[in-house]
Design a protein around this ligand. Structure first.
Ligand code: NI
Length: 255
């Protein structure tokens, strides 16, 4: 009943027990998982996982922190991979002004190139945004991505920025970080309309309580869902049903 719309199952943190992690996710009522690429290699690995496991879908893209060497050849490779049947989005792409592994103009170039790809292929985008709120939204709108749609993953902006993102019909998703003691997330969760909401784990990062600091995995999504359902004052089953329907619609998931 849950859909984990953002995790990195190709990462080497799962090399020892990837199959068990996926089985545990299924046991914990997860019926779809989107494994997200961050560079060419990781995109390719995510596609391979989607071919191997029925539950897994893939997104392909170059992360802003990996955009230093991004060039036309890479974007063409992303485009070719995006043609695979279970690739449901371009991502994760965006801007990261927090780590700043690549200069702003280099990040923007890669972001724009992949937004155009998303538009051309009619695939929604999975947006990574750290401390770049205005630029990310402005560039996405300049490239006309509001027609295609996408998700601001691991949302961490202000309530005003949340309103702007929602007004432009984007989805947002929150990680296990919402289970930490943090009033800011409570305000964001109260404010976000459930129709724009998706669930994610961002595994192997940001494990929810009671696993904070440990390796995260899709099977832990229920802790985040329970927290959000609590704030929304609705049964967790209802939240799962609504957010899964949102994900199925945005990513056009089929069985
Ligand atoms: Ni991610």
């Amino acid at each position: 009943m849950f859909i984990d719309t953002h995790c990195h199952l190709d990462f080497d943190q799962y090399d020892e027990d990837r199959e068990q992690v996926i089985q545990r996710a299924i046991k914990n009522n997860i019926d779809a998982i989107i494994s997200i690429g961050t560079d060419i290699h990781s995109s390719r690995e995510s596609v391979l996982l989607s071919e191997k496991f029925a539950t897994i879908y893939a997104a392909v893209g170059i992360h802003p922190s990996d955009s230093q060497d991004a060039d036309e050849t890479m974007f063409r490779q992303i485009e070719e991979m995006a043609d695979e049947k279970k690739v449901v989005a371009i991502g994760e792409i965006g801007l990261d002004y927090y780590r700043m592994y690549a200069p702003k103009d280099v990040q923007e170039k890669a972001f724009r190139a992949q937004l155009r790809l998303s538009k051309k292929l009619e695939l929604p985008v999975i947006i990574h945004n750290r401390d770049a709120h205005e630029d990310v939204l402005r560039i996405a709108l300049e490239e006309g991505i509001d027609d295609i749609g996408g998700v601001f993953h691991s949302f961490n902006g202000s309530t005003e920025f949340l309103d702007e993102v929602i007004r432009n019909k984007f989805h947002v998703s929150f990680t296990g970080a919402v289970t930490f003691k943090n009033a800011r997330y409570e305000n964001l969760l109260e404010r976000v309309p459930v129709d724009n909401l998706l669930l994610e784990t961002d595994s192997p990062f940001l494990a929810p309580m009671p696993f904070r600091g440990k390796r995260n995995e899709p099977g832990y999504i229920k802790y985040t869902a329970e927290k959000i359902a609590g704030v929304k004052k609705m049964p967790v089953e209802e939240l799962a049903q609504i957010t899964s329907a949102n994900a199925r619609m945005l990513f056009k998931l089929t069985d």
